[in-house]
Ligand binder design. Sequence first.
Ligand code: B4P
Length: 191
Amino acid sequence: MTMKRVVILGAPGAGKGTQAKKIAEYLGIPHMSTGAMLRSQIDNGTELGNKAKEYMVAGNLVPDEVVNDIVATSLKEAVRDGGFLLDGYPRNLDQVHNLGYILHDLGVEIDGVLELKVNFDEVVERIKKRAQIEGRADDSDETVRNRLEVYKRETAPITAFYQTAGKLTVIDGMGTVDEVWKRVKAAVDAA
Ligand code: B4P
């Protein structure tokens, strides 16, 4: 089976966005990053962006109702056009259930969930480097510490849900981008 409806999970800085771009291109499906969608709303100065910004700069999750709305609209279009690679969503159990409801209404299921595993020292290093290059507002030391705490508390538990559902593939995310991509591609090909 060729995967067409895919979710990628991993701690902040684990390389989700980096690998998601490659997977989306490889499978010919749109890359839907909730982080990127929110940053674009902030850049455009929308009401939603202004609301999201205060949570993001503090390293907290943006309220579910804000993110759920953005995802629902884009997902409907993506499912109609043949699939999606979801990056950054779901991020807590309520979002897992919301995603389930949306897809159920559309009459489809997730084909697979890929989790990138990287140790915490490495993610801190990667984000530090990105802070120097891109200057993202939520990449400061203090914010990153909070993002990792939020990840441990709210996002990490959702992997158990997908494991039980038989959807989860865990991939070693340590090493260079190309090394990780070889493993990701092998997992996608094996699905
Ligand atoms: P995201 O945009 O998802 O930010 P992220 O978790 O840091 O992941 P990202 O994809 O950017 O980084 P990556 O690991 O690829 O979210 C930002 C914020 O938005 C959240 O904190 C939250 O406030 C809000 N948000 C988003 N979705 C939400 C939701 N569903 N609900 C509520 N709030 C939500 O890469 C990190 C760095 O590592 C990059 O610089 C990359 O170049 C580098 N890198 C990647 N792979 C590498 C490798 N193998 N070796 C070395 N460096 C590597």
